[in-house]
Ligand binder design. Sequence first.
Ligand SMILES: Cc1cc2nc3c(=O)[nH]c(=O)nc-3n(C[C@H](O)[C@H](O)[C@H](O)COP(=O)(O)OP(=O)(O)OC[C@H]3O[C@@H](n4cnc5c(N)ncnc54)[C@H](O)[C@@H]3O)c2cc1C
Length: 416
Amino acid sequence: MHSRRETRITWASETKNGAIMHIAISGAGVAGPTLAWWLDRAGHDVTLIEQAPDFRTGGYIIDFWGVGYEVARRMGLEPAILEAGYTVDRVRFVDKQGKPSASLPVSVFAKQLDGHFTSLPRGNLAALIYKSVEDRIRTRFGDSLASVEQDEAKVFCTLTSGRTLEADMLIGADGLHSKTRELVFGPEKQFERDLGFRVAAFKVKGYRPREEGVYVSHNEPGISMSRFSMANDETLFMLVYRAGYAFGARPENEAEVRDTLRGGFRQAGWEARAIMEAMDDADEIYFDVVSQIEMPSWSKGRVGLIGDAAACVSLLAGEGTGLAMTEAYVLAGELQRAGNDVPAALTAYEHRLKPFLKSKQKAARSTASSFAPKTAFGVWFRNLVVNLMGLPFVADWALGGAVKDNFELPEYEAPK
Ligand SMILES: Cc1cc2nc3c(=O)[nH]c(=O)nc-3n(C[C@H](O)[C@H](O)[C@H](O)COP(=O)(O)OP(=O)(O)OC[C@H]3O[C@@H](n4cnc5c(N)ncnc54)[C@H](O)[C@@H]3O)c2cc1C
């Protein structure tokens, strides 16, 4: 303990005058900047640590809705989010020849959600949140946690850059593969539930055909290929497959990812060949296991987790961003309510949200199969349900449980 104190170069001298506490957040994605916004508003001094060298916009398209949409409204971000959003009119499933086999107007979802629904690139949502607070906080880009220790009063972090920092609370908002979780709670494997799917996403310019406002998707047993026409003549592709299914072992690097996808999708119909050719022009490919995170506890002492780091619901839930924002909002609110007693606030935050997150994870697991049905019959049945969803009672049955949020967003007093 003694030597650590001697060598530490803290940022205490930079701490804002009159700040209540210094709070460090690992990860400037969706959850991290949302938490920073609410903590700054409550008078705390916030340091964000982000491993990327700078803030990146773009990325895959997300649907944004639910209780997190209300958090964004409370932050005054709704107009900017809607402006950045794409109008998606419908989701269309096509067969091997490209002929429509099922079609669902997005208004069916929007109606279930009282119109509080939009779609936008994940990075653009994150950037809108970040820009609304960046001038009032400190961000360390290109850095990451290397070690974390804590005592009853403080958390002591060493970063990969060699810098050290001392904080009253450390929050891991560093996503599905959270470094904070690994350092403080243990290896990811023990908390990960592999849902048996793999996902790849990439973007290219100039792909044809283009269909504005339509999310076009093709399924064959065990696989799903989708494309969405974006601004600037770009097309986003999302490929999902069931682990195994002619794809072999999990690829370990980008070259292996490309080979695996080519090998697995080679035999598929529709635009599979053209999409594989387009993939050659993609500068980068996102690839990951589709998994959820389930932890016995979201905090240890003065260190807590939010967003995907704490309770990833997976992309199959289609709501991870909104839930990440909700967790950030509730944690900041509970901190205020607990009079800035960090361990008490972390416990109250988990207590309030965990049952809801568990129900969201369960709902995602129960609908997971419809993304890439196992059999031809499964594809046919999914298409039948999609076609029937125009009928309100079918939409209620098929979507209600997964789409509607059974969680009342708490009201917290405005900081004095
Ligand atoms: C293909 C795909 C489609 C999806 N579709 C939807 C959808 O339609 N709707 C929806 O709501 N959600 C969707 N999601 C899920 C959603 O993207 C996540 O749930 C959400 O981004 C979680 O937010 P987060 O802030 O917890 O993590 P992230 O957004 O992943 O942010 C984590 C941040 O931490 C940083 N980081 C990572 N490691 C470190 C480190 N060691 N040190 C410092 N920083 C670090 C990362 O660079 C990143 O900036 C989808 C996900 C995928 C993969």
